[in-house]
Every structure is written in structure tokens, then in C-alpha cells.
Design a protein around this ligand. Structure first.
Ligand code: PNS
Length: 169
């Protein structure tokens, strides 16, 4: 069985992430989405919330499991028996960062491969930061993130707007 790990901060998970995940699921037998517990990075959503949202988004995908991880990615991959790391590449600007991650992981665990999937053109501009920026100013994020995530972004940035609409119904 070919197990792949799809790691990231996923703060929050976007339609671009979902696209990479679904395409990777066509190639590998099992994909473990590994949400990084990042002590030094201030995230909008807690790790548990991020895991919960991605689990909800991917609940129809039998091959996909969602967990959080601490520490080195290579150690996590060893623990779960993964042979491949999946990463998405949007543009040339991502390349240096991905090359750096690849090089470190290859040094630490030579048997572990990294597969870079090119973002589908409609998501080549999309990032978690962009989705948060649009949501912060009450913009429409419905094409940027899955509905579950859009709702959580709404609650995080514009809690009153939703309540007003709900009470008006
Ligand atoms: O979504 P991100 O923030 O670009 O993902 C980065 C991630 C999680 C892949 C990377 O930071 C990571 O693997 N962190 C775990 C610690 C580690 O293994 N570091 C060495 C490789 S950078």
C-alpha cells in the first residue's frame, strides 16, 4: 500500500488544497493530511479546529485521513509508514521554499520521496492568507474555500453578520 502524507499549516484549508488532495488520491492508496502544530506561528484557527474542518470537507473520501502532527515531518512519515510527501506548487515563487523543504527532508530521510503537484490554473493565485484577507473584509470566499471553511471564516471575522441574517429568517 502506497501511503502519502500531505502536510501543511492549512490555516485554513482552501479549494486549492482540496484540489491537490483529490488529485493525489488518484495516484496513492491512502493520503494522510497532516496538520502542523506550529508553536511559533500564530494561526487564526486552532489545530483541532483545522483538523475538524478538513475532516468535514473530506468525509466522503475513503482514502483520506486527517491528523495533526508535532515535530519533524520525516519522523511523522516514518510513524505512519508513508513513502511519499505531497506538496502543491502554485508558481515559481513557491519553488525555492519547496526545494528547501525537500532538501532538508531528503537529508534527514533519503528513502522518503517528495511529489510536487502543480496547482490547477484556477487556484494558482490562491493561498490561505488570501482567503483570510478576503474574509476579513467581508468579501465572498465561496470560490476560494469549501463551504465549511467559509462558514468558520465568517464566524471568525464577521460573527454579527451571520447572526443578523439568521434572526431575519
Ligand atoms: O503549509 P506550510 O506552512 O507551507 O507547511 C510547511 C510544513 C508543515 C510542510 C513544514 O513546515 C514542516 O514539515 N514542518 C515540520 C517540521 C519539519 O519537519 N521541518 C523540516 C522540514 S522544513
Amino acid at each position: 500500500m502506497r501511503i502519502a502524507v500531505y502536510p501543511g499549516s492549512f490555516d485554513p484549508f482552501t479549494n486549492g488544497h482540496l484540489d491537490i488532495l483529490e488529485r493525489a488520491a488518484r495516484v496513492f492508496d491512502r493520503i494522510i493530511v497532516a496538520v502542523l502544530v506550529h508553536p511559533s506561528k500564530s494561526a487564526l484557527f486552532t489545530t483541532n479546529k483545522r483538523v475538524k474542518m478538513i475532516s468535514e470537507v473530506t468525509k466522503g473520501h475513503k482514502k483520506v485521513r486527517v491528523v495533526h502532527f508535532n515535530g519533524l515531518l520525516v519522523d511523522f512519515c516514518r510513524q505512519v509508514g508513508a513513502c511519499v510527501i505531497i506538496r502543491g506548487l502554485r508558481a515559481v515563487s513557491d519553488y525555492e521554499y519547496e526545494l528547501q523543504i525537500f532538501a532538508v527532508n531528503k537529508q534527514l530521510e533519503p528513502d522518503l520521496e517528495t511529489v510536487l503537484l502543480l496547482a490547477s490554473p484556477q487556484y494558482s493565485f490562491l493561498s490561505s492568507s488570501i482567503a483570510k484577507e478576503v474574509a476579513r473584509y467581508d468579501g465572498d470566499v465561496s470560490t476560494l474555500v469549501p463551504p465549511v471553511v467559509a462558514e468558520e471564516l465568517r464566524k471568525a471575522f464577521n460573527p454579527r453578520r451571520g447572526k443578523k441574517q439568521e434572526s431575519a429568517q
